[in-house]
Design a protein around this ligand. Structure first.
Ligand SMILES: Nc1nc2c(ncn2[C@@H]2O[C@H](COP(=O)(O)OP(=O)(O)OP(=O)(O)O)[C@@H](O)[C@H]2O)c(=O)[nH]1
Length: 205
């Protein structure tokens, strides 16, 4: 009999105290590619509760190196703070750097943006679609954590559609239009005009 390998697997979990509060970290892997992803959880909930969650795509430059040319690091901090303030919640941290093109390609895209391309044109000039991300692992992560109903922190309607397409009950969207800097304003305006992001226009003036 042929055995079917699941596309994603849970691997392990542990305590993760942070500057924001005491989280747990849960590790997952894409079976075929070996790509690793993590979830952070805070507090407890019942199956029927609405749990605030953020799906955050890896951004080494913004999340770990304090870059101000995107809003990623600011959003990551805001999401963790929101979760702690709420008393419970989940952050899915997906290792899909550079909207899926990888770190070094993102640096190439930044190089093109330094020359005047916008974030979408730069990807396309390198031969990539504007956004290559796949959210299908989120379902396993949320199932493993016992999350059925969510309030999603995002400005990106594609994340909402992806979750709903997998059968996750998205009860509400919480905007996370946070972290506008002089260095990322043009980037955020491009995401709004070309990638369908919703962003409070007053914050981009
Ligand atoms: N290719 C490319 N990727 C970028 C650029 N700037 C940031 N990124 C990546 O874009 C992704 C942003 O992820 P998120 O903040 O989770 O997603 P988002 O689409 O902005 O949606 P929300 O923040 O949820 O509203 C990360 O993977 C970053 O590394 C860029 O100029 N080019």
């Amino acid at each position: 009999m042929k055995s079917t390998t699941p596309p994603y697997q849970f691997v392990s979990e542990a305590k993760l105290p942070t500057r924001f509060g005491d989280f747990k970290i849960h590790g997952f892997v894409e079976t075929l590619s070996g790509q690793e992803h993590i979830a952070l959880s805070y507090g407890t909930w019942e199956n029927s509760d609405i749990v605030p969650i953020r799906i955050h795509s890896e951004c080494l430059t913004g999340d770990a190196l304090f870059s101000t040319r995107c809003d990623c690091g600011f959003q990551l901090e805001k999401a963790l703070q929101n979760i702690v303030d709420n008393g419970c919640g989940v952050l899915l941290y997906l290792r899909q750097e550079g909207r899926g093109i990888g770190l070094l390609n993102k640096i190439k895209a930044y190089n093109l943006q330094d020359e005047g391309f916008d974030t979408v044109e730069a990807n396309q000039h390198l031969g990539f679609d504007a956004d290559l991300r796949d959210y299908s692992i989120c379902k396993l992560m949320l199932d493993k954590l016992g999350v059925n109903k969510v309030e999603l922190m995002t400005n990106n309607p594609k994340k909402l559609a992806a979750l709903e397409g997998m059968g996750v009950n998205v009860v509400a969207r919480k905007p996370i239009d946070h972290g506008v800097t002089k260095d990322n304003k043009h980037y955020l305006m491009t995401k709004t005009s070309k990638m369908g992001h919703t962003f409070d226009p007053d914050k981009l003036k």
